[in-house]
Design a protein around this ligand. Structure first.
Ligand code: ADP
Ligand code: ZN
Ligand code: ZN
Length: 743
């Protein structure tokens, strides 16, 4: 047999994690071709520049576009089988084109960190403890002199299928005691592959509630269409039982042997959510989120890829998780902006999930109480099925929203008298109050009374936030931290004072007003440590009366059954935003926070403190609700030719030099705008609202078009131009397709 038949390809095209929008050709040495069956999706070691790199094969080819003599041979194979399935490779290729992002970076993004670094894609083994026949029958009293051994043996005796080393440490069993028992021949150890678990936690079953008619209708629809691609928007007010609906559909698909991917917002995955799934499903559930270790993420990835995990609950990056029997993708709180990656590879996990489901011919379910304008438009135009739940589930009622006019009123620590009186009554009823203020820290500004000096960040055009408890001044944009000062650096006066208030200040002040009441603050500062959030939620559930103070973290998916009063301290905060999405975000935030009130049997009440009680937006939201508000907002977007009616791309440039970024984008516009199709519109370049961030001066240019094709073509031209022009300069640029931020 000729060798040509054995090796139908002589070259491979390899993706490397480098910022170049291209694949790299390598020769396949005969020795490797004879020993390995090369496939796209396998990792390979290749020479690159003066060193060698790990890359991923994207294609096999008989020819190369380069001079074959110049093409270097690959160094070695890294995998026996692909780490990127054909399905995911196609998704990555699509994403690289759609987002105009380097393919290598996309593919590496799709892999867990340890696989990017070369770890093998195999289950690790773990030692399991098992009893020997003697150990199983030994009466425990015989170990009464060695209590730690007694505990250890007892635990293993209770687990006839074995106890993993991990479980032993969770149970606080002393490893030395285990070793002694092993030496006595009472225990033995057995290495097991990570996927061959065995210790299922005792399954707590719970009778699911009877669905109400709206839930029933939605469930039936989803079940009818469960075997084909379609997108359904489950648009249900907070507490309407959306989760209950998708649990039903998941149940059926899991019975049919399918895997389900449930996506949740970055910080929306509460211990409560997981518990709810665990109680409901006696099956393997894996999590995938940013506070897991790299090894934990790889384990989860392997369990999903092998088909063991039936339910995968994950944040944004889980959109790329392999799952051979994927049967449905659920995106909870689909409006949440954390689904969009805000730097580097700027993809939107929801849009990617829809694309993925289409290729797999499986359904997507988008759930939200405040759907994004994009999804609402798709529902209005009948591209998505629109399933509405307008009643709260069980006996709960929709809370009443009341505007509190702050004009001319005396405020006590930022609260109106009416708000404080309502708070007092609520606490007297042994219920909980939630105070919402979307600003963490003690105060947003530190100022000198004598000379007007303001503490500003050295690297950004913003003021530093005062954090009294940590005794720091903190930049919320670049993370610079300084010690809190007490003397003005300009005039040496000691009369420094704070302006405005953040959650930390409200916490301090409320604790002087309500001395006996537990006060719990929930924001990024108070929940930094792992499991801090779990502890806080536990405390909330332990107490009957309590005051919860928090930022938007509180708005996400939490269920606090005893909260009956919500106070929105500053409902005006988002009213005058310069971003055209400002109103949408404000309405979502207010509606979500308000939705925390009265989720159980007790009725809820919401107070919105505002200086603009007659502002059309606030009035509409309070009286008519989110859907009405959004439909009005969409009419306005349409009249202004804004997304989602027009498609948009933003190009950002940044440089350490004040003028450079702006000049670069101007030059680009001058050079290539004449070649654009007629219906492509450019705005800019314009300076970012916060021009300087982390020492970089930032400029943007916006391009929009009613059709995707000409916009895509224009973006392609600009990308090529920028790649050429920035080779010599130290200017960074980024392409943002379907941007959520435009300033
Ligand atoms: P959502 O996801 O819309 O916020 P959930 O599914 O979390 O709503 O439901 C809110 C609460 O109501 C949960 O405690 C849930 O167990 C309960 N619930 C849901 N559906 C019903 C029902 N049909 N009857 C009674 N209680 C229900
Ligand atoms: Zn001063
Ligand atoms: Zn800064």
């Amino acid at each position: 047999m000729s060798e040509a038949l054995l090796t139908p390809y002589s070259f491979i095209k390899v993706a490397l994690p480098v910022p170049m929008r291209t694949l790299f050709d390598y020769k396949v040495p005969k020795a490797i071709a004879l020993r390995h069956e090369l496939k796209p999706g396998m990792r390979v070691k290749v020479p690159f520049g003066k060193s060698s790199r790990l890359g991923v094969i994207v294609a096999l080819s008989e020819t190369s576009d380069w001079d074959p003599e110049q093409v270097k041979p690959l160094t070695s194979m890294h995998d026996q089988s692909p780490v990127i399935t054909e399905e995911l490779m196609a998704l990555c290729e699509w994403a690289a084109r759609y987002y105009h992002h380097p393919i290598g970076d996309v593919i590496f993004h799709a892999l867990p960190v340890l696989l990017r670094k070369g770890e093998s894609a195999e289950f690790r083994t773990e030692n399991w403890w098992l009893t020997t026949p003697e150990g199983q029958s030994l009466p425990l009293e015989q170990l009464s002199r060695a209590p730690r051994q007694q505990d250890f043996l007892k635990a293993v005796q209770q687990h006839p299928n074995g106890l993993s080393q991990h479980a032993a440490s969770v149970l606080d069993l002393a490893p030395a005691a285990g070793k002694s028992l092993e030496e006595k021949g009472l225990l033995r150890r057995e290495p097991r592959s990570f996927n061959k678990g065995g210790e299922k936690h005792a399954h707590q079953t719970q009778v699911p509630p009877t669905l109400n008619p709206e839930q029933m209708r939605a469930t039936e629809h989803l079940l009818d269409y469960r075997h084909q691609f379609n997108v359904a928007l489950l648009d249900g007010v907070t507490g309407s039982g959306k989760t209950e609906v998708f649990l039903r559909v998941m149940e059926r698909l899991i019975e049919e042997g399918k895997q389900i991917l449930v996506m949740v917002p970055e910080i929306g995955l509460t211990p409560q959510t997981l518990k709810r799934f665990e109680i409901r499903f006696n099956t393997d559930i894996v999590l995938m989120h940013s506070s897991m270790s790299d090894r934990e993420r790889l384990d989860a990835w392997l369990l999903a890829a092998s088909g063991h995990a039936k339910i995968i609950i994950g944040t944004r990056s889980a959109a790329f998780i392999p799952a051979p029997n994927l049967g449905m993708i659920v995106i909870d709180e689909e409006h949440d902006t954390s689904y969009k990656q805000h730097e580097g590879f700027r993809y939107h996990a929801r849009d990617l999930a829809v694309k993925r489901a289409q290729a797999l011919n499986i359904p997507v379910l988008l759930a939200s109480a405040t759907p994004s304008y994009e999804s609402l438009t798709n529902a209005l135009q009948k591209r998505f099925a629109w399933l509405k739940l307008r009643q709260r589930a069980g006996n709960a009622h929709i809370p009443e929203m009341e505007r509190v006019d702050l004009r001319g009123k005396t405020l006590i620590h930022g609260f109106s008298e009416h708000a404080l009186a309502s708070m007092k009554l609520c606490l007297e009823r042994k219920e909980q109050v939630l105070v919402f203020l979307n600003r963490r820290g003690y105060a947003p500004t530190l100022m000198c009374h004598q000379c007007g000096w303001i503490a500003a960040c050295d690297h950004c055009d913003v003021n530093l936030t005062v954090h009294k408890r940590a005794n720091k001044l903190h930049c919320h944009h670049c993370d610079t931290q300084k010690a809190l000062i007490h003397t003005c650096p300009e005039c040496e006066s000691e009369e420094l004072f704070t302006v405005g208030e953040g959650t930390e200040q409200i916490e301090t002040q409320l604790s002087t007003l309500f001395k006996e009441v537990p006060i719990l603050r929930i924001d990024r500062d108070s929940t930094q440590r792992k499991s801090a959030m779990a502890k806080l939620t536990q405390k909330i559930h332990e107490h009957d009366q309590a005051i919860l103070i928090g930022t938007q973290m509180l708005a996400k998916g939490h269920h606090f059954p005893n909260v009956t009063l919500v106070i929105i301290m500053d409902a005006d905060a988002g009213l005058f935003s310069s971003d055209f999405r400002g109103m949408e975000r404000t309405a979502q935030l207010i509606t979500q926070v308000a939705g925390r009130a009265g989720r159980a049997k007790k009725p809820g009440h919401v107070l919105l403190q505002t200086y603009h009680p007659d502002h059309a937006a606030i009035e509409c939201l309070c009286n008519l609700g989110y859907e009405h508000f959004a439909i009005d907002g969409l009419a306005e977007r349409k009249s202004l030719s804004l997304p989602p009616f027009y498609h948009q791309v933003i190009i950002r440039a940044e440089s350490g030099n004040e003028q450079e970024a702006m000049q670069l984008l101007s030059a680009m516009r001058n050079d290539i705008e004449p070649y654009f199709a007629k219906d492509v519109y450019l705005v800019g370049p314009y300076a970012a609202i916060i021009v300087r961030k982390a020492g970089q001066h930032r400029a943007l240019i916006s391009i929009k078009a009613a059709q995707r094709a000409p916009l895509h073509q224009a973006t392609q031209m600009m990308t090529e131009w920028l790649e050429q022009s920035t080779k010599q300069h130290r200017i960074r640029f980024a392409i943002d397709v379907d941007p959520l931020e435009t300033y």
